[in-house]
Each structure stands twice: as C-alpha cells, then as structure tokens.
Write a protein of this length. Structure first.
Length: 418
C-alpha cells in the first residue's frame, strides 16, 4: 500500500515538472503586464462592482485572484499557453498552481482564459472566456474540468468556451494614470479574432493631364493629395485638393485643367487686327497701323495723391514713371508714419504710403531750483508751462513761462534765489 502511494505521488511530481517546463516556454504575456501591480476593476457574476490589485510576474499571477475550491484556497496561477492575435490582442490560459481534491479523491486544477486588449501601456481590458462555475467560491467564470485538458492543444478551443450570457468587460490599469477606455471597447468574438479593422486605404492610379500631383501609391484615411495646374492652365472643374474618405474613395472629383483663355481686347483705332474671338495661353495676336499712321508709345503717368496735412509738398499735377515727389512736415511737426519721398511705379501707383505728420513732443522739463510748475501728462509744440518761485524766493533769471519749441526742447529754465 505504501509503495502504491509513493509511486502515485512520484508520478504526479514528474507530471507537474514536465508540464511546467513545456508551459513556461509556451506562454508569453503582453510585455507591459509583466512584473507589475495593476488595479483590477470588474463586475462579478452576481453583478457586484469590485476593485482589487493583481500582481503579474513574467508568466504568473501571484496575488489578486483568489477562490476557495472545496476547502482549498487557490490564489496563484501559472500561464500555460498563449496566442498573440495582433500587436494589441492576446489570449492567455492560466492554470492554478495548487490542485484540490473532489469528493472522488481526484486531483483537479482550475483554469482561466483571459483575452487581453491593450489600450495603452498603462491600460488593458479583458474578458474571462469560460462559463460560470458555481462549485467554487465566489462563483466565477473559471474552467474546472473533471479531466485535465491537453496543455498543448489550441488555446481557444481547449481553455476558452462559454455560452450566454456573454462575459462582461474587466479592466487592468496602472495606479495614478489617466488613460480611459475607448467608447467602442467590446468583446471580440470568436476567441481567436482580433476584430481590428484593416486600415482604410485610398489608391492613386490615374494621372491628371496638364497638372502636377501624385501619380500612384496609396494613402491612409484623411490623408490629402494636392494637384496644381501647369502654368497657362487653370482648373475648369473638379478639385485640386482631395481627401481619403472612410469608404476608401477620394472626396470630390479629379481636377480638369484647361488652357487659360484670353478674349480679344477692344478694337484699336487706325489699325487692322483681330476684333473678336478667344485665344489660348501663349497665342499671339498682331496689329498693324493703317497707312499714314505709326505706333506711338504712351508714357506711364501717376497722378498726385491726396493732400498731406501739416506738410508741404505737391498738391496736384501728373508725373511720369520713376519721377519722385517729396514732402516735408511743417515747422513743429515730425513724420510719424508713411514716406516723405515717393516714386511713380510702373502700375501708375506711388511707392510707399502717404506721410503722417504729428506735432513734435517735448519731454517733461521738471522743476528748476526753488521753483514750482503746473504739470501735465504730455507736452507738444507751442505748449507752455508756468512756473513760480517758492515762498521766500524771487526770480534771478529765465522766464516764468516756458514753451515747447519746434526742435522738441524748452526755452531757458527759470532760476529763483532768496
């Protein structure tokens, strides 16, 4: 009897050793989950909101998920198999490190199938893909088979099976972070499907005549492509800018670039030449003066602009191309903006802008020795200030009234003595 028990224990130990060697190599958890503590928030099968902290190792869960199976506390788990579906979706199967004995004296292990979806480095959501087991406490979506499953079998078909009602979403989040679940977070079925939408692509395959722009390639949703008509051409219809839409098509229509059209100008007196019709970019039209007439050049003329206040300068007349006109501010005024010198340009306008002349300002002169003044916030040309000697003093030199001069200075300062 002792020998039989010894052989049974030895066989179980060898089985566990072989199992652990295989499953460690077969499991790979998302990198961000490994070796860290996560805030675990979920709604249990009794519809109660719960929050706890789960600790992940490299391929283990060492705390945070605990059950009582017929008197045995099960709170540690080893990842035995995984399936990476995409860069953000992974299915992992966990096996309890402890087994428990059922009423038939058989050894049984619990299994969890977790389908993780990465939202950010600090936030995952997942689902437990098993039916509810009420033989453990608390009841939970745990796979509790009578016979141990094939650990090398397909993850989804071996460990992940459930019927209605469907599992509810659960989250793992790093403490102190602000990432939030997207509005479209949901259970992706079947187990091995990522449900990730393929990127929307719009392709360019046709060349637009008489225009520069993309000629081939593919573009992502909301990317823009731009065309420009050749010199001498203009867009006649369609759109020079188009956007890749969510159905894989381009907004608008391909641009149609057509030659720029010039209409024949007005009839030229005393000359022969075209009188009507239209011509394309770079087309030429020719005139010839009638017998007894010749071509006469007409100079470019600029008319004198408006009168400038508080300044001397031209007030009327006309000037030829490149002629200059000059202004000067009146005595006691200075230019605040604009140009005192302007030239006639080839488009019959004047360079620069009209000068603006404003009164010269004087600084605050301050008090003389033993004097008082009436003060103001600012002083301009011709402004005056009045001084008085303080009590017990009389004028020695200077004037009681000083005025702001055209050069921005004040007349001689008043001196008072006893």
């Amino acid at each position: 009897m002792f020998a039989e028990k010894f052989l049974f224990v030895l066989a179980v130990a060898v089985q566990i050793l072989i199992f652990s060697k295989k499953t460690d190599a077969a499991c790979s958890l998302p990198t961000e989950l490994k070796d860290g503590q996560w805030k675990y928030t979920y709604t249990d099968v009794q519809n109660t909101e719960k929050t706890t902290t789960v600790t992940f190792g490299t391929t283990t869960i060492s705390s945070g998920i605990s059950f009582n199976a017929l008197g045995t506390t099960i709170d540690e788990w080893n990842c035995i198999s995984s399936l990476q579906i995409s860069n953000t979706v992974t299915v992992a199967a966990f096996r309890s490190t402890k087994h428990y004995s059922d009423f038939n004296s058989g050894s049984r292990w619990l299994y969890m199938c977790m389908k993780f979806t990465k939202v950010a480095n600090d936030l995952f959501y997942f689902y437990l893909l098993s039916d509810v087991d009420t033989t453990i406490f608390p009841a939970e979506r745990i796979y509790n088979p009578l016979v141990q499953p094939n650990q090398d079998g397909d993850v989804c078909s071996t460990f992940c099976s459930y019927a209605d009602p469907k599992p509810k979403i659960r989250t793992l989040k790093k403490e102190g972070t602000s990432s939030v679940l997207p509005d479209d977070a949901s259970l992706c079925e079947p187990c091995g499907n990522s449900c990730e939408k393929a990127p929307i692509l719009c392709t360019v395959s046709e060349t637009v005549p008489f225009a520069t722009g993309p000629t081939d390639g593919s573009y992502n949703y909301l990317d823009k492509i731009t065309y420009s008509c050749y010199t001498g051409y203009e867009v006649q219809s369609g759109n020079l800018e188009r956007t890749c839409q969510d159905d894989g098509s381009w907004s608008g229509n391909p641009p149609v670039c057509a030659p720029i059209v010039c209409m024949v100008p007005k009839t030229v007196k005393f000359a022969t030449g075209p009188t009507d019709g239209s011509y394309n970019y770079l087309d030429m039209i020719t005139y010839s003066c009638n017998t007894g007439y010749e071509v006469q050049s007409v100079p470019i003329v600029c008319m004198v602009p408006e009168t400038v206040e508080f300044a001397t300068g031209p007030t009327d007349g006309s000037y030829n191309y490149l002629d200059m006109i000059t202004y000067s501010c009146n005595t006691g005024y200075e230019v605040q903006s604009g140009n005192l010198e302007r030239s006639c340009q080839d488009d019959k306008t004047w360079s620069g802008s009209p000068p603006v002349c404003v009164p010269v300002s004087c600084p605050d002169p301050g008090n003389g020795q033993f004097t008082e003044e009436l003060t103001y916030s600012s002083y301009c040309f011709t402004d005056t200030i009045t001084y008085s000697c303080i009590q017990g003093y009389k004028v020695q030199s200077g004037d009681l009234i000083r005025s702001c001069q055209a050069d921005g200075t004040w007349v001689e300062i008043l001196q008072c003595v006893k």
